[in-house]
Design a protein. Structure first.
Length: 173
C-alpha cells in the first residue's frame, strides 16, 4: 500500500511540475501573438498616416459650387503628347490620339513602367470631351496629380506632373 501511495504522490508531483511549465509556454505563445498583433496594427496606422500625409484631399470634377465652376482653358494649347520627364523612361513620348493610355507594369499597358512602386494596372489617362483625365485603377502606392493624391478621375492641365512611383509624366502641346 505504501508503495502505491508513493507512486501516486510521485505522479502528482510530476503533474504539478508540468502544469506550470505548460502554463508558462502558453503564456509565452499568447504574448508573442499579442506582440505581433500590436506590430501589425502599428504598421497599419503608419501606412495609413503616410498615405494621408502624402496627398491632399482632392475635389471631384464637376461638383464645384460657385461662380468658378470651370476654369477657362488656354486657347490654342491642347495636349498632343504625353512625355515622361523623370524616371527610367525619361524622354519617352506618346502621341495623344484620343485613345485611353494605360500605365502600369503589365505588358499590355500603353506605357509599361519598370518601377518598383507601380502596380500592374496602375492608372489610366483618358479623353473626356475636350479634356484629359487621370484615374487611379486601385494601385497600391497611389497616383498623384502634382502633389494631390488621385482618388477620383481628375482633369489634367498642361504641364502638371503626374507621379507614379519614381516616374513623372506630363501632358504637353
Amino acid at each position: 500500500m505504501a508503495h502505491r501511495r508513493r507512486g501516486w504522490e510521485y505522479r502528482r508531483r510530476e503533474l504539478t511540475q508540468q502544469v506550470p511549465e505548460l502554463v508558462v509556454q502558453l503564456t509565452r505563445v499568447g504574448f508573442l501573438i499579442l506582440l505581433w498583433l500590436f506590430v501589425l496594427a502599428a504598421l497599419r496606422v503608419v501606412r495609413s498616416d503616410l498615405y494621408a500625409a502624402s496627398g491632399l484631399k482632392v475635389a471631384i470634377p464637376g461638383l464645384r459650387r460657385g461662380k468658378d465652376k470651370q476654369r477657362p482653358r488656354p486657347t490654342g494649347k491642347t495636349p498632343r503628347q504625353l512625355i515622361v520627364t523623370h524616371g527610367v523612361l525619361a524622354g519617352t513620348r506618346i502621341a495623344l490620339d484620343g485613345r485611353p493610355i494605360t500605365l502600369g507594369r503589365a505588358d499590355d499597358s500603353t506605357l509599361v513602367l519598370d518601377d518598383d512602386y507601380a502596380s500592374t494596372r496602375h492608372a489610366r489617362i483618358s479623353l473626356r470631351g475636350a479634356d484629359w483625365y487621370v484615374e487611379d485603377l486601385g494601385s497600391t502606392n497611389g497616383t498623384y496629380l502634382d502633389r494631390a493624391k488621385v482618388t477620383a478621375p481628375l482633369r489634367v492641365p498642361l504641364g502638371v506632373p503626374i507621379r507614379i512611383g519614381k516616374t513623372v509624366i506630363e501632358l504637353r502641346p
